[in-house]
Write a protein that binds this ligand. Structure first.
Ligand code: NZQ
Ligand code: ZN
Length: 389
């Protein structure tokens, strides 16, 4: 393992079909005023809303509703949430939903009492939190982002055509998260597989960096193997508890900082995907799937040994009699077949991106320096152009 690092994760997890039973005890530790954050209404259809509200009432909480959080939450919605938090002096924010709801709740937590413009402070200048924060807890209903056990909060600014994530520190991580795999059964297939690819991408963003022999990479390979098996099973049978629970647990460990230890990490796929998302408002995981194969083929030669290892250890490519390049490429071909098999979006044209938008998308793409190649503007244009079809 390279470098010196600290590892801790303050989020307490409750996992399993009975995990909502722990909400009452957790809520007891916080004040009376609870901001109940949720999305566009899925939790009202599948009954999760009623279950959560029943617990809140049992605990004698005053509920301040903050619904309508959209996928890819916006700066405008963030301002609305901050107003609700301040006006009602909320003591606790309960996020019931997917990554968008969890991210938004963390963003409200750090922005409600921010003296500055939160977008400018956190998302443009990447400054630390200096104001009072509001504690957040999550009941997760969509799997993929890892937001339930990390400090990430991604916000979209459509006017500026920017979608940016700030990774906040330990004090902003959810205090607890409730992970009931059954809560994900009602997800449409499009969202489910998009979440699966988000998980895969999180793991790969951390895996494809460094030349050393690192325990984090072995953990990453195990998580990937579990994800591939379980995602195929869940596509066949969405109510396969074993598969859904494995996917849920893998998602959490894919992005709760563990497998980044001792690594520089890449994240360029996310930068490309977020730029596409800022222009199209497309579903996060699908923006990643649409650019991944072109990106990895583009940088494969720069990290050849790792791509070879990926092919053999994750995709069971038989290396006998093949060159390193052939092995690495066969791994990416297996990945591409798997992606098509589970029904992922494989090109950015599907979101409405056209050739004449490429320059603008490239301008919004942040350049990362921890992977196998630092992309130039021309490289980004090339990868995005290859992602058109
Ligand atoms: O809004 P509702 O009606 O609830 O519907 C949602 C939404 O339309 C639906 N959904 C969620 N749970 C459901 C359900 N539908 C039926 N049954 C259920 N049980 O799914 C749709 C997508 O939800 P969303 O929360 O947007 O998805 P996801 O979890 O993928 O979150 C995406 C956001 O997270 C950010 C993304 O950029 C994006 O803004 N990310 C956050 C990260 C982090 N915190 O570390 C990292 C990620 O890379 C990602 O960037
Ligand atoms: Zn992601």
């Amino acid at each position: 393992m390279l470098g010196n690092f600290k590892y801790s994760n303050p989020t307490k997890l409750y996992f399993g079909g009975d995990s909502l039973n722990n909400l009452k005890e957790e809520l007891a530790g916080y004040g009376k005023n609870v901001q109940l954050v949720y999305g566009g209404g899925s939790i009202k259809k599948n009954g999760i809303y009623d279950q959560v509200v029943a617990v809140l009432k049992e605990c004698g909480k005053e509920i301040f509703e903050d619904g309508g959080v959209m996928p890819n939450p916006t700066v405008e919605k963030l301002a609305e949430g901050c107003q609700i938090a301040r006006d009602n002096q909320v003591d606790f924010i309960l996020a019931v939903g997917g990554g968008s709801v969890c991210d938004y709740s963390k963003a409200v937590s750090v922005s409600a009492y921010c003296e500055d413009d939160p977008w400018e402070k956190y998302y443009i200048r990447f400054e630390d939190v200096t104001c009072k924060t509001i504690p957040v807890g999550c009941v997760l209903t969509m799997v993929g982002t890892g937001s339930e056990m990390n400090g990430g909060a991604v916000i979209t600014n459509h006017k500026q055509k920017l979608k940016i994530g700030h990774v906040f520190g330990d004090n902003v991580f959810p205090k607890f998260s409730i992970l009931n795999p059954k809560f994900t059964y009602s997800l449409p297939k499009y969202q489910m597989v998009s979440g699966c690819f988000d998980i895969m991408s999180h793991i790969l963003e951390q895996y494809f960096s460094g030349e050393d022999d690192n325990t984090s990479d072995y953990i990453a390979e195990g998580l990937l193997r579990s994800l591939i098996t379980s995602s195929k099973a869940a596509v066949k049978n969405p109510e396969d508890y074993e598969a859904r629970s494995n996917i849920m647990w893998t998602a959490t460990w894919a992005l709760n900082t563990l497998i980044a230890m001792g690594k520089t990490t890449d994240w360029e796929v996310h930068m490309l995907g977020q730029a596409v998302g800022a222009h199209t408002d497309a579903t996060h995981g699908m923006t990643l799937s649409a650019v991944s194969i072109p990106y990895y083929k583009y940088i494969m030669a720069d990290g050849l040994q790792k791509f070879k290892r990926y092919a053999v250890n994750v995709w069971n490519v038989n290396p006998a009699g093949k060159t390193d390049e052939q092995i690495a490429l066969e791994g990416l071909d297996c990945m591409e077949s798997y992606m098509k098999e589970i029904g992922l979006v494989m090109n950015i044209s599907e979101f409405g991106v056209t050739k004449d938008m490429i320059e603008s998308v490239a301008d919004s793409t942040l350049v990362m320096e921890g992977g196998y190649r630092v992309l130039t503007h021309e490289d980004i244009v090339n990868v995005l152009t290859a992602s058109l079809s």
